[in-house]
Design a protein around this ligand. Structure first.
Ligand code: BT5
Length: 250
């Protein structure tokens, strides 16, 4: 694919950059449109949860991608953005978070960033709005086990500096989504970066909780769980790491 032309819209305050970008995606906005905000009055997590951050303390952004993937591969798109954010943090300040399936970046058990990916179908093929919040100078709500770049590294990074490098890293990974070989490479990088692999986890599904050992991710980024010897593949769910089980993370 030709290199992506990023068009970055900045908002001092907005309800949610994801909400804004989903609306633009429905209007057939092209790939590469990016929204970032200093403050969100209604930042969203998954399942109607909230994403909270004081003004200017985080990177709060959403990125419109139009990869040539099936809806089943959504988790690989999430991985593409999460791995790019991780690589950007390594480059800027040496903080190397692990990924927690399906959508967190963590340092130890503390959440440093979260992703919300939303699919828009129809119009010009599949669109994915990848929203990410990265705690830079504030570690998130007091009742949440969370951390920030400042806490981890002593370095103050501005949101726009991180966004710049994140888009640079995304430019390396985004084309991989369009080919079989590229998706396999992304899947391997994802597998290596996932703290979840080798962990005994509890997965809260809508129909109830399941306990098992996370053994790998499949080619679409779905989590493969060993539940008493039976393999189960999960495409969504809330993972709680219960305790380490042998091998652990890469
Ligand atoms: C997420 O959801 O982690 C996805 C967060 C995505 C936020 C970005 S910001 C830019 C874009 N625009 C949006 O409106 N959203 C995206 P989830 O896994 O559901 O986690 C939500 C939970 O994380 C909350 O219920 C809190 O427990 C916790 N949380 C909220 N704010 C946090 C923060 N700043 N740091 C760490 N944890 C936080």
């Amino acid at each position: 694919m030709a290199s992506i032309i990023w068009r970055v819209e900045h908002f001092g305050e907005i309800d949610s950059t994801n909400t804004w970008l989903v609306a633009r995606a429905k209007e057939d906005a092209p790939e590469g449109l990016v929204a970032y905000a200093d403050f969100q009055s209604a930042g969203r997590g998954r399942l109607d949860r909230q994403w909270e951050s004081p003004a200017g303390a985080s990177l709060l952004c959403s990125i419109l991608l139009r990869p040539h993937v099936e809806p089943d591969d959504l988790q690989l798109v999430v991985a593409c953005v999460a791995l790019s954010a991780r690589a950007a943090l390594v480059r800027l300040c040496g903080v190397r978070p692990m990924l927690k399936w399906p959508n967190d970046l963590v340092v130890g058990d503390a959440k440093i960033a979260g992703l919300l990916a939303e699919i828009v179908t129809g119009g010009d093929g599949l669109a994915v709005v990848g929203g990410i919040g990265v705690n830079l100078t504030n570690g998130g709500p007091p009742d949440v086990l969370a951390t920030s770049v400042l806490e981890q590294s002593g370095v103050t990074i501005t949101p726009v500096a991180l966004l710049d490098i994140l888009l640079d890293e995304l430019e390396i990974r985004r084309p991989k989504l369009d080919t079989v070989e590229g998706r396999a490479e992304l899947r391997d990088e994802y597998h290596r970066a996932l703290a979840t692999i080798g962990q005994l986890v509890r997965v809260e599904l809508l129909q109830g909780a399941v306990n098992g050992v996370a053994t790998s991710v499949d080619g679409s980024g779905r989590l493969v769980l060993d539940v008493d010897g039976a393999m189960m593949t999960l495409s969504a769910g809330d993972v709680v790491h219960v305790r380490s089980h042998g091998g652990g993370a890469a």
